[in-house]
Design a protein around this ligand. Structure first.
Ligand SMILES: [Zn+2]
Length: 86
C-alpha cells in the first residue's frame, strides 16, 4: 500500500498527464487548478485543501497534488522535474 507521500507524487504525475494547470489570482493570491473532466471549472486549492469531491473523500486529489508540485512543496526527495515547465 502506498504512503500518503507516494500518492501525492502519483497524483501530481496524473495531473500532469491530464493537463491540469495551476493558476494564481493576482488580486487575492488564491490558487486554482483546472479540472480535467470539466474544462470550464476551476477548483480552489490551498496547501491543505481542495474543494473537489475527491479531496473531501480522500484528503488528496490531482489538483492539490499539482499545487504542491507547482510550489515545490513535494514530500520527501522524490520530485517531478520541470513540472508545468518550471
Ligand atoms: Zn481536487
Amino acid at each position: 500500500m502506498e504512503s500518503h507521500d507516494e500518492s501525492i507524487v502519483r497524483l501530481a504525475r496524473t495531473a500532469q498527464q491530464r493537463g491540469i494547470q495551476v493558476f494564481r489570482e493576482v488580486t487575492t493570491g488564491c490558487w486554482f487548478a483546472s479540472s480535467a473532466s470539466k474544462p470550464e471549472t476551476l477548483h480552489r486549492v490551498t496547501a491543505v485543501s481542495c474543494d473537489c469531491l475527491g479531496f473531501v473523500a480522500h484528503q488528496r486529489c490531482t489538483h492539490h497534488s499539482a499545487l504542491l508540485a507547482r510550489l515545490g512543496w513535494f514530500p520527501g526527495r522524490r520530485r517531478i522535474a520541470r513540472y508545468g515547465g518550471l
